[in-house]
Ligand binder design. Structure first.
Ligand SMILES: [Zn+2]
Length: 126
């Protein structure tokens, strides 16, 4: 995913071990732009994912949803990883579709990806 014009405001989030396989270069920290939700690897002094948006679930599951945005950049290339991550998140008690829908409806968030379309696509193959 390309860095965005909002990159100065991207917030670092720690990636728990079990989710590192979903990150670019198995990164231990990723940064997410709180406006367009683009994700890039690297960063220091991680904050809670809920600092990016309080739609994120608390704790490690929140980092999992951040990584979902990284994978959703290309459903075609990341399909099996997306299936696996969503299943892990649901197992942890996260309602992934309701979280994505709340983010999609938030007027302060303007996702770089077409989130409407991604959600419809996910509903078909999950
Ligand atoms: Zn941005």
């Amino acid at each position: 995913m390309q860095p965005c014009d909002h990159d100065v405001t991207a917030l670092p989030v720690a990636v728990p071990n079990q989710f590192r396989k979903y990150t670019p270069e198995q990164a231990g920290v990723v940064r997410q732009c709180p406006i367009c939700f683009r994700v890039a690897s690297g960063g220091s002094d991680p904050v809670s994912p809920q600092v990016i948006t309080d739609h994120y679930p608390s704790g490690e599951a929140g980092s999992g949803v951040v990584l979902l945005f990284y994978l959703l950049d290309s459903i075609a290339s990341n399909r099996s990883e997306i299936q696996q991550l969503v299943s892990e998140l649901e197992h942890a008690g996260v309602d992934v579709f309701s979280t994505l829908s709340r983010i999609n409806r938030d007027p302060d968030i303007n996702p770089a990806i077409d989130l409407d379309r991604r959600i419809r696509h996910l509903e078909q193959f999950l």
